[in-house]
Design a protein around this ligand. Structure first.
Ligand SMILES: [Zn+2]
Length: 259
């Protein structure tokens, strides 16, 4: 049952025929983990919290820096120097006090990834490094947790959903962690602020769809955004029978950071 305040707060969402009071209540019971309180995690957390997702775990090991602020919109000037998870948790509580926010100041590793993500209904991967993206893909696969991954660089972004064991995983496409330094990062190549907002918001939308059990998940395809041309494209990404993780003869049997 909703309080009169909650009915008012979520009224425009409850109005939707595919949501209703039942859908809103489902969101209230939903647990989402967001990996990275940065460019993607910021808008994702803001929309999940505002929309009434009941439990948000936010995982990050960095402090807020001035150079984050043009795209990491959950943090403000006054947060510079604070741990990102603390700054993000304060903002989430401010946006919606009925949301339980669990800030975890840690970097996911092969030792802690599965245990940390276990028990969540959806994981949103918004880290800034490929090592974590592979790690989270593998941990979600073994834990059978739906994963919404996103990536941004310069003016281009990608979003996709993995339903472990059912749809293509991150490794179906990217296979193995490339050698260190071989892929450019936002720190080296730059990124346009609104791109983070777009991709992180799409990730939140996919998580909410999953929580409500509505629509079609953005799986077996990548939504690719090119801000310079203003084009959105969906590129098919079929499951690979030779995927080292979810293929017919998998070689990855545990979460490891070296592969
Ligand atoms: Zn795969």
């Amino acid at each position: 049952m909703f309080s009169p305040e909650d009915l008012e707060r979520y009224s425009r969402q409850i109005l939707l025929p595919k949501v209703g009071g039942r859908g809103q209540a489902r969101l209230g019971r939903m647990r989402v983990a967001i990996v990275g309180a940065g460019g993607l995690g910021s808008p994702a957390a803001i929309y999940l919290a505002s929309g009434g997702v009941g439990h948000i775990t936010i995982i990050d090991s960095d402090r807020v820096e001035s150079s984050n602020l043009h795209r990491q919109v959950i943090h403000g000037e006054q947060d510079i120097g604070r741990w990102k998870v603390d700054s993000a948790a304060d903002r989430i509580r401010e946006l919606n006090p009925s949301v339980t926010c669990e800030p975890l100041r840690l970097r996911l590793s092969e030792e802690n990834a599965r245990e940390t993500l276990r028990g969540h209904d959806v994981v949103i991967e918004g880290s800034d490094n490929l090592e974590t993206k592979f790690l989270v893909n593998d941990a979600c696969y073994f834990e059978r947790i739906p994963l919404v991954w996103g990536g941004i660089l310069r003016f281009e972004g990608q979003v996709s959903v993995v339903l472990p064991g059912e749809s293509a995983c991150y490794r179906c496409l990217f296979r193995e962690l490339p050698p260190p330094g071989s892929a450019p990062t936002c720190q080296q190549a730059g990124v346009l602020g609104p791109l983070a907002g777009l991709v992180g918001t799409l990730q939140a939308a996919e998580a909410i769809k999953r929580g409500l059990g509505i629509g079609t998940a953005l799986c077996n395809q990548i939504l690719s955004i090119d801000l310079l041309s203003g084009r959105f494209r969906t590129v098919p990404m079929p499951r690979s029978p030779t995927c080292p993780l979810c293929g017919k003869e998998p070689v990855i049997e545990a979460v490891e950071t070296t592969t």
